[in-house]
Design a protein around this ligand. Structure first.
Ligand SMILES: *Cc1c(COP(=O)(O)O)cnc(C)c1O
Length: 338
């Protein structure tokens, strides 16, 4: 794959680590060897997957002469935090539209990412009702800013368009190079699947390098069929952008939706268990909304014997740990019971 013809800022030097998780593998007591790709350690305040996407999205904004970034996300959005982070670093104004997907969940004084939005100097935060047309809201904001003499650029939710997903095609290639270097034969990759740019970019990139490692997504909100269609469409568009000739096989897009629980961002027992297991065995911090639920999926699939004995399974850790501090009671309550 040739990434040189796209505008790109280099926010990452070298690669994020691929690490073995022997203690976690042992605790699960099966014959499956777990590994982790540490995208939680990406640069950008407190790390996480959006940095890879923003390398391309912010570069596109700068090329188009923008001086202002508008984006959207949920009330504890990691994407909003990292967009604010890289905007600050690039000297761009940043405006956020936050969707209150769970009624009453926005608290101006909340900790976690919400606290960091302010610290990173965002120019405005507007909270809108769950289910709003976020693109329409951002366009309205862009019109207002244009009228005020600014040159705004809209980054869609999660930076999940073909421009942002290109960052995860880069990650797929980077991962294959590392695995070849380590002579580590991975049988399966598990990724969180939300606004879909991560999952779609990984599949497009894996197809582009003919890595042939199956990639499964663990959903954080939508039902399986719906999410698979979204991932497939974006993977196709990304593959076209990258001129990946073979295109995407529909069968290569697989999502699990049984770990969502009552809904997006709402805690589940298996998420709490996963966060505690990763912290207690490998000293790796997950988050309650994405990587915690994806890890709950990984753990359940391992326990159920979904992966054949002796398999090597790689978990893509997409970050998000600042959100833990907005959910402390969820974890504390559980501790008090012991
Ligand atoms: C956004 C996010 C995801 C999901 O990635 P998508 O590309 O939106 O599917 C996973 N984990 C964390 C921590 C995130 O912030």
């Amino acid at each position: 794959m040739n990434f040189t013809k796209f505008p790109r800022r280099k926010y990452l030097q070298g690669s994020t680590p691929v690490e073995s998780m022997p203690a976690l593998s042992k605790v699960l007591g099966t014959d499956v060897n777990l590994y982790v790709k540490r995208d939680d350690l990406l640069p950008g305040s407190a790390g996480g997957n959006k940095t890879r996407k923003l390398e391309f999205c912010i570069a596109d904004a700068l090329e188009k002469g923008a001086d202002t970034i508008i984006t959207c996300g949920a009330v504890q959005s990691n994407h909003a935090r990292l967009t604010a982070s890289w905007s600050a670093k690039e000297g761009l104004e940043c405006h956020l539209l936050l969707e209150e997907r769970v009624k009453g969940s926005y608290k101006k004084k909340a900790s976690g990412n919400n606290f960091l939005f302010e610290l990173l100097g965002v120019k405005s935060i507007e909270v809108v009702k769950g289910g709003s047309d976020m693109m329409a809201q951002m366009e309205k904001k862009a019109d207002d800013l244009t009228a005020a003499g600014k040159t705004p650029y809209i980054i869609p939710g999660g930076a999940s368009n073909p421009i942002g997903a290109t960052g995860y095609a880069v990650c797929a290639e980077e991962t294959m190079n590392q695995l070849n270097e380590m002579r580590l034969d991975i049988d399966h990759i598990i990724v969180p699947s939300g606004s879909a740019g991560t999952h779609a970019g990984m599949v497009a990139g894996m197809t582009g390098v003919s890595g042939n490692i199956p990639i499964s997504g663990v959903n954080v909100s939508r039902p399986k069929e719906e999410q698979e269609e979204i991932v497939y469409k974006l993977a196709e568009e990304t593959a076209q952008r990258l001129e990946v000739k073979m295109g995407i096989n529909r069968e290569d897009i697989v999502c699990f939706d049984q770990y969502v629980g009552p809904g997006y961002s709402l805690p589940t027992d298996s998420m709490v268990e996963a966060v505690k297991l990763f912290a207690g065995t490998e000293a790796i911090l997950l988050d309650p909304v994405y990587s915690g639920k994806a890890a709950a999926g990984l753990i359940d699939l391992v326990r159920k014997g979904h992966f054949p004995k002796g398999s090597n399974v790689l978990f893509l850790h997409t970050g998000g740990s600042p959100a833990l501090y907005a959910y402390m009671d969820t974890f504390r309550l559980d501790i008090n019971e012991h």
